[in-house]
Design a protein around this ligand. Sequence first.
Ligand SMILES: [Zn+2]
Length: 329
Amino acid sequence: MTGYDEVLGQDLIKKFFHNCIQTGNVPHACILSGEAGMGKRKLAQAFAEALLCERGGTEACGVCHSCRQAAGGSHPDLIFVTHEKPASIGVKDVREQIQDTIVIRPYNGRYKVYIVDEGEKMTVQAQNALLKTIEEPPSYGVILLLTTNADSFLPTILSRCIQLKCKPVSDGAGKKYLMEKFQVPESRAEIYAAFARGNVGKMVELATSEKFQNMYDRMVGLLKNIKKMDISDLLSYIKELKDEDTDIYDCLDFMQLWYRDILMYKVTRDVNLMVFKNERNTINEICEKSGYDGLELILQAIDKARVRLNANVNQDLALELMLLTMKEN
Ligand SMILES: [Zn+2]
């Protein structure tokens, strides 16, 4: 697989890039925004390769000299802007790597493409420096700004860029992708897809990480037995999770999916709507013992715990309150 095929979904963005090349109407500056893992870099690279390809099709041919150079990271007209400081892209980075070099015409083809990853790290000064280039770009200049947060750009930058947003893929498409490409069993693929909320990179990470497996087993263990456990058991459980460096927010997401499953099953009695199909017996059991009000309270308690953790309230206390609600309802 090459180019756009490496990214699942994002059809609108792919179509836009196709059209640009087909019509010759290539924008000088684009902002590609979306969470980490949604394919921004791959999309930008595929578009850049297509622009630079010697055969001039809407997608890179993958075999010409230019395509081979681009794929190998050594194309002189494809520039990945780097930054000295890890936390910010400064004015010096923009001046030296974009402003000073964009005046030099492309070596081979019709375009010279700049990819600025982590665009949200650009300082205001760096953005103002970039603005000068974007305001009067040379005909061959194409700047692709990638970012997890388009709001970090100045309005003057935003108004001069074409804005493209990566969209979450559907759970169904994500599930199919994991099953076909990573041979993940269906029941598991469904959980990863639901958990990653349409972020393909995250789905793949979950499917291939031991850490998630460990959390999964622990969470199911906890949620199955929570009513039988006493407070000291629960507290030591939390401590163990922390010692293992488990992401508490992931745990909360997990619990939310779990209780949503129970509520959904209580309402519909339809196993097909469940995320945790493998645990259907346990879910059925809990479902019999829990009322609607109790389940609502639990879901609210999970939300509340998340708010409290965000507000830096004592973590143990926030989790303890939530687990007590789960235990008692
Ligand atoms: Zn080519």
